[in-house]
Design a protein around this ligand. Structure first.
Ligand code: UDP
Ligand code: MG
Length: 318
């Protein structure tokens, strides 16, 4: 490559009904990156907006060959829109960010520097602004606590979908084609060397959050059920619990017999109780076994790669 080759950086920005603010966000991001010595490409993904977002994006893209607009056929959701943009990225570094101005572009320089210094993933973390507890904050805290308890993959609290990936990490992520996607978990599952960059989140520059309650629930359920088989083991552990109860009951009855206190046992209670506890225990355990098989099938059909390879890092001047 020529000595004055500039590092190629893709910015992937999914937008859904952001017509009122996308122009403003773009102008901000553009002003920041224009002062940096890299070759930036903007990949805007319109996630099936029904307001004038597409027209606004086309207007932004007019006369600027660095900007491309990908239009999804309907609203597929933030994670799918991000995936579409990542699939289209050709650069050596790719940065994903929101189109609502909540991800400060001022961090981009630092993110690129960290990747050039050898990290594969730069994950930003939204810091608590110390302000009042909103429903969003409360539910998000609960969510991270839950996901970290039930899943084997640790997800950083407050991790935003604002991050930089090296080509190697991007290729790794692109090889994971599962349908129910929770990118924060998938990226954490991948490994690679990563670094956390904290930031204070500014308020939205306009419009309102596109994460409706329904969408938040769907994301939470994708996160829990795609990353954890814990719910499937509930049957198994309940069944074992029932068998323990059956054993305790039988010991109790035997103890009464041995100590000659048979008059304290209601006729028929022991046998009925034993049969009920043992039968429920066995049914639950069998359900648990089926659950475990379902879980294994679930993991297989995701067709995740068995391993990922840490690739070559982009070097300056290459
Ligand atoms: N978004 C999207 N599809 C959706 C919902 C949201 O592409 O179905 C985009 C949205 O336009 C924004 C980003 O994803 O650029 C984050 O959404 P939002 O700001 O509404 O989420 P919040 O910051 O409230 O968590
Ligand atoms: Mg936002």
């Amino acid at each position: 490559m020529s000595p004055n080759h500039k590092l190629k950086v893709d910015l992937v920005i999914p937008v859904y009904n952001e017509a009122v603010i996308v122009g403003q966000t773009h102008a901000h991001v553009r002003d920041v990156v224009d002062s940096l010595p890299y070759d930036f490409q903007f990949i805007y993904v319109d996630d099936g907006s029904s307001d004038g977002t597409v027209a606004a994006l086309r207007k932004i893209a007019e006369g600027d060959p660095r900007i491309s607009v990908l239009q999804l056929s309907r609203n597929f959701g933030h994670q799918a829109a991000l995936t579409a943009g990542l699939d289209a990225a050709l650069g050596e570094i790719v940065i994903t960010m929101d189109g609502d101005g909540q991800h400060p572009p001022e961090l981009i320089l630092q993110m690129i520097d960290l990747i050039r210094n050898g990290y594969d993933i730069v994950q930003t973390q939204r810091m608590d602004d110390g302000g009042s507890i909103s429903f969003k904050k409360w539910s998000s805290n609960l969510f991270y606590r839950l996901i970290n308890v039930v899943s084997g993959t640790q997800v950083l609290r407050g991790a935003a979908d604002f991050r930089a990936l090296s080509r190697a990490a991007l290729d790794g992520l692109r090889s994971m084609r599962e349908y129910h996607r929770f990118l924060r978990g998938m990226i954490s599952w991948m490994g690679y060397s990563s670094v956390i960059l904290p930031y204070q989140e500014p308020a939205r520059v306009g419009g309102e959050s596109k994460y409706s309650l329904g969408k938040m629930f769907r994301l939470a359920s994708d996160a829990v059920f795609s990353f954890s088989l814990a719910p499937l083991y509930i049957g198994l552990s309940t069944g074992l619990g029932f068998l323990v109860l059956a054993a305790a009951q039988m010991i109790y009855v035997a103890a009464l017999w041995l100590t000659g206190q048979t008059e304290r046992i209601v006729a028929g209670w022991s046998s009925l109780m034993a049969i009920m506890l043992i039968a429920s225990g066995i049914i639950m355990i069998l359900l648990g076994f089926i659950g475990v098989y379902v879980g294994y099938i679930f993991q297989e059909v995701k067709r995740r790669p068995i391993y990922l390879i840490k690739g070559a890092k982009p070097k300056d001047g290459e």
